[in-house]
Design a protein around this ligand. Structure first.
Ligand SMILES: [Ca+2]
Ligand SMILES: [Ca+2]
Ligand SMILES: [Zn+2]
Length: 358
């Protein structure tokens, strides 16, 4: 779509944005899974003065996306819903990239292609800003990404829980940190990239448009603050004593929250075993609905993979060619997926994003 068309469409659709105040917040905040109070050993009771709005810079481990050596020859095109919305120039958010280094023009074109898809699926009146860096990295990586800050205790948020920048801005209707981008993406300039956007990826090449789709998802995500220490075998987490929004949805196969510090003290080996037990799931109502009534399985292998474990859907459950494989930690050569899939959209909805389909 031309810039002019997309901007005028943007103005038209903006008037129909949901309003994000206390009374009309996205319905997913009212899900049954909502925990009414913060967990005992996560600091602060509900009448604590620390319930004030806080915007805080912090880093979590970057999520890393790995190049698997397998060759897939799978291709998943954008759904007809996406194609129809793009054809009608329906744009409900605005994703902007700030490029650092000599990012080739075709890389930028692949990112714009992916942004156009996301911009027709998520709703925000605040432009989403992502810094994209092009630099040499290990041959096994495709890219990595991270958010730049967290926000807690905006009035309609779940209390004492860190929200990611793009979501916090979308809900609050303002840029809560005007001088900071929402997220950073690093691309491995040494990888054997395919830079077309048709998903027809030649043998031995990795699809940039797919990686752009994947990394933009991480830029929209909220903090996951639990992690594993291989030296001590302990799991631990939180920033300033508070979990990330993502952490609130993770349960084990028995439906137990990892934030239940009576079962899994913070820090503890008990929590460490959960994080490396290959038995974690995302317990949100929309994600469950998108996964045939079951909580989608998360990637939690016995050997902790920093930046990869816990942050993604399970590689084996959602293999190359699965419509829900966009948020898995590995991509093969000649693998293309240009649609987030209903589970990823469900996860975003559970977090509080307004998305299509709703
Ligand atoms: Ca900002
Ligand atoms: Ca995969
Ligand atoms: Zn990832």
């Amino acid at each position: 779509m031309s810039l002019q068309n997309s901007l005028s469409e943007y103005r038209v659709t903006q008037s129909s944005f949901p309003t994000f105040d206390n009374k009309q917040r996205p319905i997913s905040f009212e899900s049954k899974n909502r925990q009414r109070n913060t967990h005992p050993l996560f600091r602060a009771s509900d009448n604590d003065s620390s319930l004030r709005l806080q915007v805080r810079r912090f880093t979590q481990d970057n999520t890393t996306l790995y190049a698997s050596r397998t060759t897939s020859f799978t291709r998943i095109e954008p759904s007809s819903l996406i194609q129809n919305r793009l054809a009608a120039n329906v744009q409900t958010s605005d994703i902007n990239f700030i490029y650092v280094g000599k990012v080739p023009q075709l890389v930028r074109a692949a990112f714009q292609y992916a942004a156009n898809i996301w911009q027709t699926l998520i709703y925000s009146s605040i432009p989403i800003q992502i810094r994209v860096t092009w630099k040499k990295d290990n041959p096994s990586t495709l890219g990595s990404s991270g958010i730049t800050y967290g926000v807690r205790n905006f009035p309609s948020f779940r209390r004492n829980t860190w929200y990611g920048p793009a979501l916090a801005n979308a809900i609050s209707g303002r840029d809560l940190a005007p001088k900071l981008p929402d997220a950073l993406i690093n691309l491995n300039s040494r990888q054997r990239w395919y830079l077309g956007t048709d998903g027809r990826v030649p043998q031995g090449q990795y699809d940039m448009a797919t990686v752009a789709m994947h990394e933009i998802y991480h830029a929209l995500a909220s903090p996951r603050l639990l992690k594993y220490n291989p030296t001590t075998g302990q799991g631990s987490g939180g920033v300033g004593g508070y979990p990330g929004l993502y952490d609130r949805f993770v349960v084990n196969g028995s439906g137990q929250s990892l934030l239940n510090t009576r079962r899994f003290p913070n820090p503890s080996k008990a929590l460490g075993r959960q994080l490396t037990g290959n038995n974690l799931f995302f317990n949100g109502t929309h994600a469950i609905k998108a996964n045939a009534g079951q909580p989608p399985k998360l990637f939690a292998p016995r050997r902790w993979e920093p930046g990869s474990s816990y942050a993604h859907l399970d590689e084996k459950t959602y293999p190359a060619g699965s419509p829900n494989s966009l948020n898995t930690p590995y991509f093969g050569a000649s693998e293309a997926i240009h649609d987030p899939g209903l589970i990823v959209l469900g996860i975003l909805q559970d977090m509080g994003w307004v998305t299509m389909p709703d």
